[in-house]
Design a protein around this ligand. Structure first.
Ligand code: 13P
Ligand code: SF4
Length: 313
């Protein structure tokens, strides 16, 4: 897109936001142009918290489908727009609600904890949701003699199991296609080239990647760590969209993206997050569609598990 086109689209979005009384919430993995038009930029926990505080009539969610659904669960009376409804999530897709219900039925008496990267149907089957920001606190809030069923991310689940030393935790076998692709060999090579760099890792990565991290945390946690650390260089092992916010906040520091196994695949970019564009944001504000619509009984059941998550921060 030419610079002129992009600036006229930004102007168009700004005036549509005023006309429609809309706010744009965006995740750190969206493109820099999309992040630049957001009223609020955050990780998935902060975005959920922000959604419930929005006063505008319309929320446009610049992120993937489950994030917009979460906003609608929390704000049923608002119009929640999703500029690209096809923007799914491989992790959420790895856990269909009917299969999760059958899995849950095998473990009576277990407290069900679901990562927020799930459909509203899975959230409705959940006692308490979590994000990578508060997963540890959520699991620690459950008495140690109560068994836990954790889904859908096996990597986050095994990280939490290790951190809590909890044996009574059953994991759903799901994963994110982006975070599972990082190459240990290439990461170690990069660390040899930058011996002073700190390695920052999202807990959706495989355990052998997490094992070499200096810091493990959510996107917001990683950003905060890079700010407070005295290090000047960081090897970033999460989706590459976060790099623009890192460089904007800390222009004097060097951020080096960790490579996936196959460097030509571009798979440290979440193709779903990149489906959100200035064009489809402008079109969604113009048409007040596509909109998230939920079944009310499912919404109410999901709301309980999301509110339980927000209470533990
Ligand atoms: P955060 O909760 O860290 O924002 O991560 C969301 C996500 O989709 C990770 O892949
Ligand atoms: Fe889902 Fe992975 Fe994309 Fe996050 S990076 S939205 S977990 S597919």
């Amino acid at each position: 897109m030419s610079v002129q086109n992009s600036s006229s689209l930004r102007d168009r979005i700004a005036s549509l936001k005023r006309e429609r009384n809309a706010v744009i919430l965006a995740h750190y993995y969206t493109t820099p142009e999309v992040q630049a038009v957001a009223d609020f930029l955050g990780d998935s926990l902060a975005l959920s918290v922000e959604a419930q505080q929005v006063e505008a009539e319309v929320i446009l969610f610049a992120g993937v489908h489950f994030m917009a659904e979460t906003a609608k669960v929390l704000c049923p009376d608002k119009r929640v727009l999703i500029p690209c409804p096809e923007a799914g999530c491989s992790l959420a897709d790895s856990c269909p609600a009917e299969e999760f219900a059958a899995f849950k039925a095998k473990y009576p008496g277990h407290r069900v904890v679901s990562y927020v990267n799930t459909s509203v149907g899975v959230k409705a089957l959940t006692d308490v949701c979590c994000t990578s920001s508060n997963a540890l606190k959520v699991v620690e809030s459950i008495p140690s003699d109560v068994p836990v069923l954790f889904g859908p991310d096996r990597n986050l689940g095994s990280y939490i199991r290790k951190m809590t030393g909890r044996e009574n935790m059953v994991l759903w076998d799901g994963a994110c296609h982006v975070h599972e692709e990082f190459s240990l060999e290439r990461l170690l090579e990069l660390r040899r080239q930058h011996p002073a760099a700190k390695v920052v890792v999202h807990p959706e990565c495989r355990d052998y990647i997490v094992a070499v991290a200096d810091y493990v945390g959510s996107t917001a946690g990683i950003l905060a760590y890079c700010g407070r650390s005295e290090a000047r260089e960081f090897i970033v092992v999460t989706e590459a969209g976060i790099l623009s916010e890192m460089r904007r906040r800390y222009p004097d520091k060097l951020f080096i993206p960790a490579p996936p196994d196959d460097e030509t695949c571009g798979c440290n970019n979440c193709k779903y997050m990149k489906m959100v564009t200035l064009e489809n944001i402008a079109a969604a504000l113009e048409n007040l569609a596509p909109e998230i619509v939920l079944d009310e009984a499912t919404r109410q059941a999901a709301e309980r598990s999301i509110r339980n998550m927000i209470a533990i921060r």
